[in-house]
Design a protein around this ligand. Sequence first.
Ligand SMILES: Cc1cc2nc3c(=O)[nH]c(=O)nc-3n(C[C@H](O)[C@H](O)[C@H](O)COP(=O)(O)OP(=O)(O)OC[C@H]3O[C@@H](n4cnc5c(N)ncnc54)[C@H](O)[C@@H]3O)c2cc1C
Length: 472
Amino acid sequence: MAGLSGSPDASASRAEGFPYRAAHLSLSGWGRFAVEAGPAYRPETWRAVEAAVRSAPEPTLALRGLGRSYGDSALNGAGAVVLTERLDRILAFDPEGRTLTCEAGTSLARLLAFLLPRGFFLPVVPGTRFVTVGGALAADVHGKNHHVDGTIGRHVEELTLLLSSGETLRCSPRENAEAFDATIGGMGLTGVILSARLALLPVETPWVRVVKRRGRCLEEVLARLEEEESLSRYSVAWIDGLARGRALGRGVLMRGDHVLAAELPRGKAVRGSLPEKPGPNVPFEAPSALLSPLTISAFDALYYAAGRDSTGLSGPASFFFPLDALGSWNRLYGRRGFVQYQALLPRETAAEGCRRILEEISRERAASFLAVLKTTGPEGRGVLSFPKPGVTLGLDVPNVGERLRPLARRLDEILLALGGRLYLAKDALTDAATLASMYPRLPEFLAVKRRLDPNGRFSSSQARRLGLAEGR
Ligand SMILES: Cc1cc2nc3c(=O)[nH]c(=O)nc-3n(C[C@H](O)[C@H](O)[C@H](O)COP(=O)(O)OP(=O)(O)OC[C@H]3O[C@@H](n4cnc5c(N)ncnc54)[C@H](O)[C@@H]3O)c2cc1C
């Protein structure tokens, strides 16, 4: 990666007056489905980011955090990519005011390793902590507590946004609110988020009390999710993506709450932390047979059998981030990669929509061993934010070659007919017309983007595919 740092590199080939050298990198989203090669910059200072934004010779720039979005939102085949991961300083911590300010390339893993021993947690975390604050805000991520706490955007007190003009804008719900609302969930297309001040959640211990309930079919799991969501701050259901017939959609509901110090059994530590780095890497690309429908249904059956109704204590890693135990687990899907289909359906159509999606995937034998159901609450401020009241179903779908696009098309049609929408952070395959039907506030987003970024400096492969960057 030599030459990628933000310090001037006199030997590099570059545009006049632009002192930084790009590396040529081959990058993909987490699904390893789309892979694109091209120039990339890795600035270490705000000044270096500004130089890249104003003067890098490529026509467009895409921003990239830790590359945990599944598709092509942090790729840019027609320009350069700006890697933000070295902008990772914690700038201020105010325990009395319960806030933390950091640079946008800081990972949630780093923040949690800092915060948990000091008695704080982040108010919203996605299913992996290896995402940056910038990536989390740009996708306006939701967690298992969306029905209670909304998206991360609700907990951002202020952010600093670098515009394509080189101007730095302070944005919050009160100041430059229009830019704030377009940036939260705006997939990096309004400017570079340089830093953010986040509100924190005080927790007395790192432990979570977890209640598990099994549901024998989709309807039972959905009913349990709806009945029990008000009983806990966090709730989620894992469902068996391969069960068929009467067992279709069977699964395990898990709900949880932070444990108070007074409730902690003897022998459990009141303070704890979370490792800042992922678990051991999958050392090879899996042969396709490893994740065949047979092996996945065996795994799912075991998981279902182990998920008997129970109550117990869980550490924060296994409750919030079970997948982080294995680094680069995305390699398990082999060389061809996979996509994630995350759909949100209004509550009235959720049972029908989830059933039809599961049936389509099962008919294609597109085995999915990770199907997750969550209920969602009211919409937040982000103009392009994903969550609205309903139920979301997320499934990993292996790349089944030429059958993949027609399958994704059929799933989109189900969603469109039932008033649903797709999540941009997971999308890899949909088209502009479909997206426009799912996001009625898209024209509003495009108008703000035009004002903040009149020459379309910020783009991505996804933005071009979906008409989010108007041609660039
Ligand atoms: C295992 C796993 C579980 C997940 N679970 C959830 C979940 O429960 N809930 C959920 O909501 N999401 C979930 N996600 C998705 C993930 O939270 C988002 O894709 C998030 O955006 C990834 O952050 P990142 O730093 O890796 O960003 P990247 O993937 O690198 O980029 C994502 C987007 O953010 C933009 N961006 C990055 N940095 C900046 C910046 N500094 N300024 C402006 N824009 C920027 C990029 O341009 C891109 O559009 C999960 C992903 C994985 C792999």
